[in-house]
Design a protein around this ligand. Structure first.
Ligand code: ADP
Ligand code: ASP
Ligand code: MG
Length: 441
């Protein structure tokens, strides 16, 4: 059971988590929590002078939840954390920036998990905080570390199984891990979902539950489409595409460990725990309308390389992608013509260096400020007319890159960022908005 930042935002939210966990006690849950909402961002921009309020907030919240020894213990832990963060920030320099950042930011999850365990204990649910850094063992890629699966699975089993067998609820912070040498790492923003999935896979659980502030995966981002509806069921592939192309409700890596062990993933609303939310599993519910959801992501950069050398040549694409590999940059969408390749980048930090290298291969053109829109539905590839309907709905908006066919469940294209809200709203209206009043879809 993973609870996101808003699910542990204040004292009332912690009480609510304790209630939800208590209800599931017979099923031997493992609890994973994010940092209290806003804490990760605050720690990321923290300076030695500015950290006080972050820690005061934890103590103030604990005072509303705990008494006696439990409160004293937690307050001591907060004091220690504050001193450690202060000391770490003082050692920060350009060469250790990312490892210090991981060490600092990890206290968000360390404190929220300690508080959750204490609250559970005071509410009569026997719980124990387990340091996630003993369980999630990663490579050394600070700020976006990848777990070493064999080691991680073995550690999870040995750290958690005994507690579960004794009826104790283990409580871990998500997002954080450590290298084999013991340095603190993090799994990338939003990574607590991934922690939960790794633990679920390692323990071969019946269900991985992601508790958040919306009722499941919705037909579109609710911040853009306020009347977006909960999707009852999604296949693993549908959920993976949505997560990858911007549906923040699930971290993109969450689905992989679930697929490999055929574990269903349920996304629920911690404010409305009685609602069933979305169930992600091997099979999807067939949807006669085919399109189930629309995801989007902004801040995308398009790189276009044009070269006559590509015509009839082999090895060109390999040379091209080697450049991105060298600069450790992920490519999202790719399209090719006879003499040019266009691709989209989500994270363009190394763009200048990439462009320099690409110039060896051909003429390079960059378009910034683009957005990817991805419409998702199992069976989409075999359904005639979808592309026509999509593009006639947004016929006055320029589409700069289209990709379909690589996966049978998605249809992806790129437009200008300024028009993304309008495009998503119109597409939702066209394909999904009439699904109201429990209409069968
Ligand atoms: P948590 O802190 O619980 O991990 P996140 O903020 O990471 O929560 O993810 C939940 C948010 O994802 C929602 O509040 C919503 O604004 C956003 N979101 C974007 N796209 C979707 C979607 N298709 N379905 C549900 N939520 C979405
Ligand atoms: N607290 C981390 C973040 O804000 C991880 C998470 O919430 O999943 O990115
Ligand atoms: Mg999240």
């Amino acid at each position: 059971m993973k609870f996101g930042g808003t699910s542990v935002a204040d004292a009332a939210a912690f009480e609510n988590v304790a209630r939800i966990v208590a209800r599931e006690r017979a099923a031997s849950p493992v609890v994973v929590v994010s940092a209290m909402s806003g804490v990760t961002d605050a720690l990321l921009s923290a300076t030695v002078e500015s950290i006080g309020p972050i820690f005061n907030r934890h103590v103030a919240t604990a005072k509303q939840l705990l008494q006696g020894l439990e409160l004293e213990r937690f307050a001591d832990l907060v004091k220690l954390a504050e001193a450690q963060v202060r000391a770490a920030l003082q050692t920060q320099n350009p060469s250790n920036r990312k490892s210090v950042q991981d060490a600092v930011v990890s206290f968000g999850e360390i404190l929220s998990s300690a508080l959750t365990a204490a609250v559970l204990n005071q509410r009569g649910v026997e719980a124990r905080q387990v340091d996630a850094r003993r369980c999630i063992i990663t490579d050394e890629e600070h700020t976006s570390a990848a777990p070493l699966l064999r080691e991680t699975f073995a550690r999870i089993e040995s750290e958690l199984r005994r507690l579960l067998d004794n009826g104790v609820v283990p409580v871990l912070g998500g997002f954080i891990g450590s290298t084999l040498q013991g340095a603190t790492t993090t799994l990338g923003r939003g990574g607590s979902d991934y922690t939960a999935a790794l633990i679920g896979a390692a323990l071969n659980v019946d269900e991985i539950q992601i508790w958040t502030d919306v009722t499941g995966v919705l037909t579109a981002d609710p911040r853009v489409v306020p009347d977006a509806q909960t999707i009852d069921r999604l296949s693993y592939s549908e959920a993976a595409e949505l997560a990858y192309f911007g549906a923040k409700v699930l971290h993109p890596k969450t689905i992989q460990p679930a697929i490999e062990n055929s574990i269903p993933v349920r996304i629920c609303n911690s404010r409305m725990p009685q609602e069933r939310g979305t169930l992600v599993g091997p099979q999807s519910e067939t949807s006669p309308r085919t399109i189930k959801a629309i995801a989007h992501k902004t801040g995308v950069t398009i790189v276009q390389i044009t070269s006559a050398r590509m015509l009839g040549a082999y090895g060109f694409l390999r040379a091209l992608f080697a450049v991105f590999e060298q600069h450790r940059t992920v490519v999202d969408v790719v399209t090719t013509s006879e003499v040019s390749v266009s691709l989209s980048l989500d994270e363009a930090g190394a763009l200048t260096a990439i462009v320099e290298d690409l110039k060896q291969l051909g003429t390079v053109k960059i378009e910034k400020g683009r957005a990817i829109i991805c419409v998702v539905g199992e069976g989409l590839r075999g359904t005639p007319g979808i592309a026509g309907r999509v593009f006639s709905t947004i016929s006055d908006i320029n589409v700069s890159l289209i990709s379909q066919g690589a996966s049978s469940v998605n249809f992806t294209f790129v437009i200008e960022e300024e028009r993304v809200k309008e495009a998503v709203t119109r597409l939702h209206e066209e394909f999904l908005a009439t699904r109201r009043n429990n209409e069968c879809f």
